[in-house]
Design a protein around this ligand. Structure first.
Ligand SMILES: [Zn+2]
Length: 212
């Protein structure tokens, strides 16, 4: 009685699904597949992506293959909440792509949405090109009802790939690109501190995953 915070909880909680893996592992494709199935089931879907990924469309999520789905581009979690909450009663499924670029408040917000009865489907890189967990993904994996960890194909040897290899010497964690800037690599071929020629040493980014 009188528990205001819990008062908004739905009788039937929703669920949190996380799709993760390295680049080129089909995360966005799997997110799009799930959202399209939800749409076919007449569920009302809202999908968000951070305003960092300029590789194809500004208002759609795009996988490296040709699949796209309308998505709202937001600059940060505040804007995501500001866009979503006014229409929250109309939305049943919330998709988030490139979730590694959102700040850690995505974790608590995903829980809130789940308690409101929403199905939350999150896709994002599990590790950065330095091979370290990419905030806020580790916590999202921990609280998820379902985790799908995809592998890519090592572009050096063809083995299953769990790493994203950065080619060249830029140290920006938020530079988002596609083929040519990054490669999927297996553990044996992954070389996080060397450039594509295996020579130049790179320094550890000072504030990896600082949410900017
Ligand atoms: Zn390999």
């Amino acid at each position: 009685m009188g528990t205001t915070a819990v008062g908004q909880r739905a009788i039937h909680p929703g669920r949190i699904e996380v799709i993760t893996g390295p680049m080129f592992s089909g995360k966005s494709e799997e997110l799009i597949r799930r959202l399209k199935r939800a749409q076919i089931a007449k569920r009302r879907v809202a999908c968000f992506k951070p305003d960092l990924d300029v590789r194809y469309h500004r208002t759609a999520i795009a996988s490296h293959s040709a699949q796209t789905l309308d998505a709202m581009t937001v600059t940060n979690m505040e804007e995501l909440k500001a866009v979503l909450m006014p229409m929250i009663d109309l939305v049943e499924v919330v998709g988030v792509d490139e979730a590694q670029f959102f700040d850690p408040s995505l974790i608590g917000f995903s829980n809130e949405l789940m308690h409101l009865g929403k199905r939350v489907i999150i896709a994002g890189l599990d590790t950065s090109f330095t091979g370290e967990p990419f905030a806020p993904m580790p916590e999202l994996l921990a609280i998820a009802d379902e985790v799908v960890k995809l592998s890519a194909v090592c572009m050096q040897c063809g083995a299953p790939a769990v790493h994203t290899q950065r080619l060249g010497s830029s140290q920006s964690l938020v530079l988002v690109g596609a083929a040519g800037v990054y490669e999927a690599r297996c553990r044996a071929c992954f070389s996080p501190w060397a450039d594509e020629h295996g020579s130049e040493q790179m320094e550890l980014p000072v504030s990896a995953g600082s949410g900017r």
